[in-house]
Design a protein around this ligand. Structure first.
Ligand SMILES: Nc1ncnc2c1ncn2[C@@H]1O[C@H](COP(=O)(O)OP(=O)(O)O)[C@@H](O)[C@H]1O
Ligand SMILES: [Mg+2]
Length: 449
């Protein structure tokens, strides 16, 4: 369900935005508008849909309109045209009082420069959003302490911001935003001022918190690595226009133009992308109780050589067509005795790690979630496509020039990718249960691997 709907937003900065709206809508460029009218085109015809419980990243170079866009969400900025619906309510239509409640309860914001009050303690800073909401001291301090604890700042409650490192200060900012219990977090370059190591820690912490909290997070960054790590979807802005919107895979695999491509060049794909990005949802799954004849019929109908077997949501193993046919011949009541082990990788495994596993074995591999639940089958083809950059001509030139300087790890990853690529083409079509030429059978359950 979409939590935030942005519909055809235009924003023109200057004394007479309405007067110039039509020109912008008819396609006048940002430069022409500025030259002719002195008005700045902040945003042009932006439409987005942000799913509840997702992390939505807005990316672009400085000046591309990211902050302008996010400030529309809590109406710190009024659009020149268009609508913003939050839970179906048009925020542009809210009266003053409703807007105030909406800002206090529905959304909270985390800023790039932390935005802490220097003369208030860490505890008071973390409790600030609750103070504004009118929550009593005892209650707000209790909640602020809980959130400070969640972000690893227990024991620092009575310190002042300047006594904390940048990373710690931003954790206070995060605790403050989370303490209000708002459903939506707006994070405008929240991690951009932090050095790389701390920044990565903060990203991990945000992902970890999000797995428990399931907030709707709008996260702004100018860093693609960060965008790809955090985002369920990514919108890329340039000069106030939306140039591309999609999942990390969409962006990596099909950059819309050179602007997007230029962001992609330095991305370490094997680190950024994980097994989740290379899953094929299984079109056929069986259970331990599946009847052998039924299993054989389904696999034959779909032309599959094997099917994953589940126990509830968890992965139990794999049933090959050969084993299922054996089960029929032996008159087994169900397939349970014929289920064999199936290799798996956790969804969070980086593609570098996944690649290493693929090079050493050509068995089918399942992808499993945090509680061992079955998510789908790993697609070798997708792994290869994801780690092999789409080289444009200029990127290819740059890559050639860089090749000499490439570090050993990158070279290894490339070699591994090439090896798997060669194999993937040899083994076409894709697994997902469909036949693979010369596909070895999974090891029998109980046999030494
Ligand atoms: N209050 C304002 N008045 C005039 N121009 C503005 C104002 N705010 C932003 N802009 C312009 O809008 C464009 C987008 O700015 P901004 O949203 O801050 O970009 P970003 O956050 O991506 O760096 C820039 O050209 C900027 O100069
Ligand atoms: Mg900005």
């Amino acid at each position: 369900m979409s939590k935030i709907e942005v519909k055809n937003i235009y924003k023109i900065f200057g004394p007479h935005p309405k007067k110039w709206l039509k020109a912008a809508q008819e396609g006048m460029t940002k430069e022409a508008l500025l030259a002719e009218s002195g008005h700045t085109l902040g945003l042009r015809d932006i439409s987005l849909s942000i799913e509840e419980g997702s992390i939505y990243v807005i990316m672009g170079l400085s000046g591309s309109g990211k902050s302008t866009l996010i400030r529309h969400f809590n109406r710190l900025i009024e659009p020149s045209a268009g609508h913003i619906l939050v839970d179906g309510v048009d925020v542009v239509s809210l009266n003053k009082r409703d807007l105030e409640t909406f800002r206090q309860k529905k959304m909270s914001m985390v800023f790039q420069r932390f935005g802490l009050f220097p003369h208030r303690t860490v505890l008071d800073n973390a409790a600030y959003g609750l103070t504004v909401q009118g929550v009593g001291r005892a209650e707000r301090e209790k909640r602020a302490r809980e959130w400070l604890d969640q972000v690893g700042l227990s024991g620092f409650e009575q310190q002042y911001p300047h006594q904390l490192s940048g990373g710690m200060q931003q954790r206070v900012g995060l605790a403050r935003a989370l303490a209000t219990d708002a459903e939506i977090l707006l994070m405008d370059e929240a991690f951009s001022a932090l050095d790389p190591l701390i920044r990565r820690e903060m990203q991990d912490q945000l992902l970890q918190l999000q797995s428990k909290l399931n907030k709707t997070i709008v996260f702004i960054t100018h860093d693609l690595d960060e965008a790809l790590r955090l985002g369920n979807r990514i919108a890329i802005l340039k000069d106030g226009e939306l140039v591309q919107e999609g999942t990390p895979e969409d962006i990596l695999l099909n950059p819309a133009n050179d602007y997007v491509q230029s962001f992609l060049q330095d991305v370490n794909r094997t680190k950024v992308l994980n097994a989740t990005h290379a899953v094929n949802p299984a079109r056929l799954t069986l259970t331990m109780r599946s009847r052998p004849a039924h299993s054989v019929d389904r696999m034959r109908a779909l032309n599959y050589e094997y099917a994953p077997v589940l126990d509830g949501k968890r992965l139990a193993g794999v049933l090959t067509l050969v084993a299922a046919e054996q089960a029929v011949r032996e008159g087994g009541r169900d397939v349970s005795r014929f289920v064999e082990d199936l290799a798996s990788v956790p969804a969070t495994a980086g593609l570098g790690e996944v690649l290493a596993q693929l090079v050493h074995s050509d068995q089918p591999v399942a992808v499993t979630g945090e509680n061992d639940e079955f998510l789908g089958m790993l697609s070798r083809k997708k792994v290869v496509e994801l780690v092999t950059p789409v080289l444009t001509e200029s990127a290819a030139d740059a890559a050639a020039a860089d090749a000499a300087a490439a570090d050993a790890a990158a070279a290894d990853a490339a070699a591994a990718a090439a090896a798997v690529a060669a194999e993937a083409t040899a083994l076409a079509p894709e697994p997902d249960g469909r036949p693979l030429e010369g596909q070895p059978q999974p090891a029998k359950r109980g046999e030494a691997a």
